[in-house]
Ligand binder design. Structure first.
Ligand SMILES: Nc1ncnc2c1ncn2[C@@H]1O[C@H](COP(=O)(O)OP(=O)(O)OP(=O)(O)O)[C@@H](O)[C@H]1O
Ligand SMILES: [Mg+2]
Length: 303
């Protein structure tokens, strides 16, 4: 059954009901993406909930989720479609084995037509996205990792929502998928791509949002401890770190504290569990040593 959303409030309620906490501005962007049938381009630091919102929306809207994970060197064959060469070859062999002497010249043409039919087509996420009903949620994840050529190809697809396969013709999307693109900004995406999308920057969460998310994910942790750890992480994000902890790290940290039956966040606990939050040696060194420990004590005193 298709879920129709009539207002921004409904988007907010639906996301919360599926465990995703979003500010009104993000809910508005989602609402508009659905209403205007425009792709939503989400940028933000690592672990702020870019991928998760696409998963949650698919779940909440009862639509299939199609995920295209981008990487350097990703090409059309991986993203759009390919032919099943092994099966095509087998088919040709079988046809050859059954070939009688009376076959005329059109035999080759017929076999070629057979092997380039839907039966041997491997639909990759982008083709699936325009030929699946109900219209899916298409997550084009970490698009900034792909090359500029691939970005240009995406542009074409997002503008038309149609694909031409030389051997089969043009396939149009009957219903447009909800497209969510995410980027960690390892490179700046082209203006032309952004122009076709609604843009939203997901920032690190406010203390209120982070508290709600941690409470949702680790409900059994004492509320006072949840508050201390969230405040601590908020302060930590102001430190000159190479890699600031995202929400994913906050959740791991809360889970670690629960697993260790910690009651109070102090220096000793932090020393043993800091690996949940910081993943770079330089960052760890910033908080160890004499100066680092004084810094930690100062941060902890504030929470
Ligand atoms: N708004 C939110 N509400 C509930 N949970 C959230 C929210 N944002 C993030 N999370 C949790 O944080 C985790 C990390 O989020 P997610 O993987 O979506 O981050 P990301 O922005 O895609 O990061 P990356 O850039 O590293 O891929 C998720 O597993 C999810 O559980
Ligand atoms: Mg992600």
């Amino acid at each position: 059954m298709k879920v129709l959303l009539e207002s921004v409030e409904q988007v907010e309620e639906l996301l919360v009901a599926h465990g995703y906490i979003a500010e009104r501005s993000l809910c508005t962007a989602v609402f508009l993406a659905l209403r205007l049938e425009r792709p939503l381009f989400l940028e933000g630091e690592a672990g702020v909930g870019k991928t998760e919102i696409a998963k949650t929306l698919a779940d909440a809207l009862s639509r299939p989720l199609l995920r295209l994970q981008c990487y350097e060197g990703i090409d059309r064959q991986t993203a759009l479609y390919d032919w099943n060469y092994a099966r095509q070859l087998l088919h040709i062999r079988l046809r050859e084995a059954g070939k009688g002497d009376h076959e005329d010249e059109s035999w080759e043409e017929r076999v070629e037509k057979e092997v380039y039919s839907e039966r041997f087509l491997l639909r990759r996420p982008l083709l699936q996205a325009i030929s699946t009903t109900p219209a899916p949620v298409l997550l084009i994840d970490e698009v900034d990792r792909s090359d500029v050529e691939f970005e240009a190809f995406l542009l074409e697809l997002l503008a038309e929502f149609q694909v031409t396969i030389p051997e089969l013709g043009t396939i149009h999307a009957t219903e447009k998928p909800l497209v969510i693109l995410t980027s960690n900004r390892t490179r700046e995406m082209h203006d032309a791509l952004k122009r076709r999308c609604l843009y939203y920057w997901i920032d690190y969460p406010t203390i209120e949002k982070e508290l709600r998310i941690v409470t949702e994910h680790v409900p059994n942790l004492a509320q006072s401890l949840t508050r201390s750890l969230c405040l601590f992480i908020q302060r930590l994000r102001e430190e000159p770190l190479y890699k600031v902890p995202g929400l994913a790290e906050t959740i791991y940290f809360a889970q670690a504290l629960e697993a260790l039956h910690v009651r109070v966040l102090d220096e000793a606990v932090l020393c043993d569990t800091i690996g949940c939050l910081l993943k770079y040696r330089d960052d760890l060194e910033l908080l160890t040593g004499e100066q680092g420990r004084a810094r930690v004590a100062h941060l902890l005193a504030e929470v």
